[in-house]
Design a protein around this ligand. Sequence first.
Ligand code: ADP
Length: 261
Amino acid sequence: SEERLAHAHKMEALGQLTGGIAHDFNNVLQVIVGSLSVIERQIALGRAASIERPLAAIRKASTTASSLTNRMLAFSRRQTLVPRVIEPDKLVAGMEEMVRRTLGPEIELDLRLGPCRCSVTCDPSQLENALLNLAINARDAMPQGGLLRITTVDRTFRTKLPEPDIEPGDYVEIEVTDSGVGMSHELLSRVFEPFFTTKPLGEGTGLGLSQVYGFVKQSGGFVRIESAPGKGTTARIYLPGRAAPPAAATEDRPAVNGAAS
Ligand code: ADP
């Protein structure tokens, strides 16, 4: 669990790194756009000779931008998904200590885990990371303390599909509910946007829920969030489930055709 906490901190640090790169990238773009305006103005005034400085600024900014994108690409290549067949209730149970430490003493943790009949095929560390992101958001929404409940349960969707483009069938639902400040409609409609955050600079990256969204989509599932100001927030992750074969056959084995791109 020390190792997991280290992983959690690494993910938070990586999120901050990505947020920092986006910020720097935006600065670089401003230099490019600003210098282009200078050039356009000089050309309009018939002063073609005075465009050397802004051109040099554009060249320098473009080089910086290209090195920033290379860093981002290097970062995303390191994140290869390794899907395995996992039992979600056991995975969540294994995170208890880490979640408790993340929440601190003022927030009560209530785990209501399965038992789930279904297993899911996904990258376990990505799922842990997604749940940790939800727990961190819940913690930040309860500065005076409160209650965090995590529930895992089997769900079957046949004809009445909760989303238009999902496959009917078995899913495992992982619900994370907090008794925090909640969100308005406007806020809720933007939470999956990358880099959207209401947290102070340096505290939020705005990448937590977009990571959750990306992971769940890649795993063939979907995610829903319900919230109201003063009433708290409920996030539900649905992952495609499969009635579990005997445990010995599924333990820690990479899935066939597992490598998602
Ligand atoms: P970050 O946590 O870095 O801000 P997220 O993408 O995880 O990025 O969240 C985006 C925003 O959504 C948060 O800044 C916050 O305003 C809001 N939010 C997310 N989860 C909750 C929650 N459980 N309760 C209240 N607001 C939330």
